[in-house]
Design a binder for this molecule. Structure first.
Ligand code: G6Q
Length: 531
């Protein structure tokens, strides 16, 4: 019932919040950041606590955001999504018309999953993966010389790459001995060449991941690696694995040692907990740790069903984002993890968020009336502090910041220098930055004065491990989905990406023709010195 879904601007609370936004809480005022505020503005979650004293909110604002969430029926829509409603659609126009069931791929731990049919499909794939990983461990799957596979080359792009990459990198300390993963995504031949230079192909599995099975970059890279295997005298059918959609052009089990399925109700950027992430993570971490990762992800899907925003970190993060974006007019969000393991996580979120909510049409097919998805970017702190934080503190662009931190380091190897450990320094920097951005600093020298009221929140977890990484992934997925519901956009299609795929093919076809015929593509190629 698409017409029943409201956008926030149609809600009564919208007006109240507009009024409150005329005089947002002043974080620079004396006694603004009181110990009481610092201790009470915390949303306790299962794996992460969300600290939000440095947001320009009062309890009145939070009540308004709660009303918005209620009026837009965010939790009801989330429940509908989880149980298999067709959410990927636009009014009466042709659209993907699909269910949205990435949550089913990890809803494995409840006796009553929200969508049993989809969870059963996920379980069946996981069982096949478990068996395959066991065969690998036992040496039943091995190379032609009977040696173990030690390397996996993951080939994929976009949603078939960024999630698995960022999670793999985050969980390196949990990697099994003698297992290593390399990624090839870019069609730039230097990307594949750099990987091929580093691996021993005879001991490598090649995992080709493509839901559609027809992505130019991925197929080109697959061909390139297959030809390298052949050149090395290796049989690709013994080395290549696939993750793809059923009946895609890649759904050809004869070409692959093993094929795993990704179902059409799981969008690429939401696919980390499906076989898209599971095969690579299973190879790297082993099956038990993969399950821990899925457990963490599933846990947050359940806490996301809590209607009280003060008790639901993903929904609160979403609503604070709405407040900053639509009421306080901040157009960009910086994701700043104070954890080296998360160094590629902002890139994953950038895709997940911007591809989902970078939309201008409501689900009713009418144009949106409000700004939708913000620009999302980020880098790990403290490195960022020595780079772009200058703009965060004193620039003319108001950036909403989302810090991510952990109380304990991942590897536990640390030492005390000048009275504090490196982990203490890391967390101290995070907290100090949040406070400094908020409070600002007066100085008679205008160049040394900090305006303050620069907002941030902090997601604080105990330690980065498979379970918390799973939780972090699904916490942000839920945030993005909630915001899409607020704007009443379809967060699950990606016409802009499809357009790119078509355009490149058009230019390539002109490149391959020997015709002198004038066309826009031909002129552009000539201008670029390519034809
Ligand atoms: C993700 C997008 C997009 C997609 C890539 C790869 O949600 O749809 O980033 O993941 O274009 O597509 P394939 O998996 O089909 O190769």
């Amino acid at each position: 019932m698409a017409n029943a879904w409201k956008s926030i601007q149609d809600c009564e609370a919208f007006g109240t919040l507009k009024r409150l936004a005329e005089h947002p809480f002043d974080l620079t005022a004396q006694r603004a950041l009181t110990p009481e505020r610092l201790q009470s503005c915390v949303c306790r979650g299962e794996v992460f606590d969300l600290l939000y004293p440095c947001q320009r909110v009062t309890s009145e604002v939070l009540d308004g955001l709660q009303s918005l969430a209620d009026e837009c029926a965010l939790v009801d829509q989330f429940a509908e999504m989880r149980s298999g409603a067709v959410m990927n659609r636009i009014g009466k126009f042709p659209s993907e018309e699909r269910q949205v069931l990435h949550t089913a791929s990890r809803d494995l731990f409840s006796p009553v999953p929200a969508c049993e049919a989809a969870t059963n499909q996920a379980k069946a794939e996981l069982e096949r993966l478990k068996a395959f990983l066991h065969e690998l461990d036992q040496g039943e799957v091995c190379n032609a010389d009977g040696e173990a596979f030690e390397t996996l080359i993951h080939i994929g792009i976009g949603g078939s790459y960024l999630g698995p990459l960022s999670i793999y990198e985050a969980l390196l300390p949990y990697q099994k001995k003698n297992r290593k993963v390399f990624f090839i995504s870019n069609v730039d031949p230097d990307d594949s060449a750099a990987v091929l230079d580093q691996v021993d192909l005879s001991k490598s599995l090649v995992l080709v991941v493509s839901k559609s099975g027809n992505t130019l970059e991925t197929l080109s890279n697959e061909n390139l690696v297959r030809s390298s295997l052949k050149e090395a005298g290796l049989d690709p059918a013994r080395h290549c694995l696939a993750v793809t959609g059923q009946s895609s052009p890649m759904d050809n089990p004869d070409r692959y040692l093993r094929s795993f399925y990704l179902f059409d109700y799981i969008g690429g950027r939401f696919s980390s907990t499906s076989m898209v992430g599971a095969v690579t993570l299973g190879f790297s971490l082993g099956y038990e740790q993969l399950l821990e990762f899925l457990k963490g992800a599933s846990l947050i899907d359940y806490t996301a069903m809590e209607k009280d925003i003060r008790k639901n970190p993903s929904m609160l993060l979403a609503m604070l984002g709405i407040w900053n974006h639509n009421f306080l007019d901040m157009g960009t969000v910086a994701i700043l993890p104070y954890s080296q393991g998360l160094h590629r996580f902002p890139a994953h979120l950038q895709q997940c968020d911007m591809e989902s909510n970078g939309k201008s049409v409501q689900r009713s097919s009418l144009p949106v009336q409000l700004k939708t998805g913000p620009i999302v970017w980020g880098e790990p702190g403290t490195n960022g502090q020595h780079a772009f934080y200058q703009l965060l503190h004193q620039g003319t662009e108001d950036v909403a910041v989302e810090f991510i931190g952990f109380r304990r380091s991942q590897r536990g190897k640390d030492m005390v220098v000048k009275g504090s450990s490196s982990q203490q320094k890391l967390v101290a920097n995070l907290l100090a930055q949040s406070l400094a951005l908020a409070a600002g600093k007066d100085d008679e020298n205008p160049n040394r004065s900090f305006q303050g009221n620069r907002v941030s929140s902090i997601l604080m977890g105990e330690q980065l491990n498979p379970k918390s990484m799973g939780a972090l992934v699904s916490l942000y997925e839920a945030k993005i989905v909630f915001q899409g519901f607020c704007w009443n956009v379809n967060s699950f299609d990606q016409e802009g990406v499809q357009l790119g795929k078509i355009l490149a093919v058009q230019i390539l076809s002109v490149m391959q023709e020997e015709t002198e015929e004038e066309s826009t593509a031909a002129a552009f190629l000539k201008a670029a010195g390519i034809k």
